[in-house]
Design a protein around this ligand. Structure first.
Ligand code: NAD
Ligand code: WQD
Length: 336
């Protein structure tokens, strides 16, 4: 297997994955119209991968164009990242989310049928577990209805894939359910681009440390957790990227499978803030605020299946992830 179609491969997780794929000898064919990325990230991915990938700028919702640009390639597998991802924004523009995330997925599946591409890796999310009854979730923990339109697009994405597999097909799929990806490439050349005020915790912390935000608000300190703040499974984005390489090597043993991509360890919001201050040596002013609607108190992954069946487990520490996140924020400020 060599040529891998990577939709959304210049985005946050996609760009790190393209670098990992090239390091492992794959040739990524990246389709990304940069609507949530930038030419600077594209250039940086080129630098980190010796330009050993192909980039095509096209909207995956335009099936005709997608088919036309990809017909010269002989593709062995697909990693499908391209989607909108903001929970908050999905409440304001739900139709855009359903349109892009579901039409995009269906177009890429159609393309797989037409081009006889048999291996598929889907970017799913821990959001498919909704508000689980257990603190630690297994892949067979019953899925629950998500809290947001964005979450529904992932839930329905998995359902579309399950229906696609109802009839015997030579097609094989892995759904990777990411927990909370954070951090950036250690080079500081690629990382997450936040537009406007960040929704997610780590970019909010790094922007506060950089003086862009006055203080961090921790949403709730009266949860039933040891320090009262929520608990999440934060994982270095480079570990998430590596999981895709493992998934590509593994895909094919079963028709359709899901894997949790987390560290297996829960960290509280307060712990994370304090760890950031310790590794950066900076003060991050914070206050406690109201709970954010839709937040679950505690969720972290069980990763035994990923360890044993995918042969993958997270290698990097929380400290490393936070150091890399801060390094990335500082680079961003230098270029602004
Ligand atoms: P991202 O927005 O940084 O990357 C997505 C990329 O897809 C962007 O570069 C964007 O330009 C491209 N794209 C979007 N729609 C497109 C279209 N119609 N045509 C062509 N290109 C298009 O997001 P990310 O954080 O890298 O997330 C990647 C995937 O992982 C998404 O499917 C997301 O839902 C999923 N996911 C992300 C997280 C997270 O915390 N970042 C967690 C769980 C799941
Ligand atoms: C983490 C914790 C907040 C900001 C999201 C999506 C999920 C998946 C991963 C895509 C929570 C707290 C945050 C702030 C805070 N993405 N927080 N102050 O919500 O766990 O997961 O990303 O699929 O679907 O929902 O991540 O980073 O927003 O929040 O106190 O300013 O930090 O309340 O407890 P979340 P997050």
């Amino acid at each position: 297997m060599k040529h891998v179609l990577v939709t959304g491969g210049i985005g946050y997780i996609g760009s790190h994955t393209v670098v990992s794929l090239v390091e492992q000898g794959f040739h990524p064919v990246v389709v990304d119209d940069l609507r949530n990325s930038s030419p600077t990230i594209l250039t940086a991915v080129g630098k980190l991968s010796n330009d050993l990938f192909t980039h095509i700028s096209v909207d995956i919702c335009d099936y005709k164009a997608l088919k036309r640009v990809l017909s010269p390639f002989s593709l062995d597998a697909v990693i499908h990242f391209a989607a909108y991802k903001s929970v908050r924004e999905s409440f304001d523009i739900p139709l855009h989310y359903y349109q892009n995330n579901l039409t995009g997925l269906m177009n890429v599946l159609e393309l797989c049928q037409t081009f006889k591409i048999r291996k598929f890796v889907f970017s799913s999310s821990c959001t498919v577990y909704g508000s689980p009854n257990e603190r630690q979730v297994f892949e067979n923990t019953p899925k629950q209805l998500p809290e947001s339109p964005y979450g529904f697009t992932k839930w329905m994405g998995e359902q579309i894939l399950a229906d696609f597999h109802r009839n015997p097909t030579p097609f094989q799929t892995i759904c990777l359910r990411y927990f909370n990806p954070i951090g950036a490439h250690p080079s500081g050349l690629i990382g997450e681009l936040s537009v406007g005020i960040p929704n997610n915790l780590v970019p909010y912390i790094t922007q506060t440390a950089a003086g862009i935000r006055k203080h961090l608000t921790i949403f709730g300190n009266n949860y039933p957790t040891p320090d009262g703040t929520c608990i999440r499974d934060f994982i270095h984005v480079c570990d998430v990227a590596d999981a895709h390489v493992s998934a590509l090597k593994h895909v094919g043993t079963k028709p359709l499978e899901a894997f949790n991509i987390g560290t297996g360890k829960g960290t509280s919001v307060l712990d994370l803030v304090q760890t950031f201050m310790a590794v950066s040596g900076l003060d991050v002013p914070y206050r406690y605020g109201e709970r954010r609607s839709g937040d679950v108190a505690e969720i972290f992954a069980n990763v035994e299946k990923s360890k044993h069946e995918l042969g993958w487990e997270a290698q990097r520490t929380l400290e490393q992830a936070l150091r890399d996140a801060w390094n990335w924020e500082q680079r961003l400020q230098q270029h602004d």
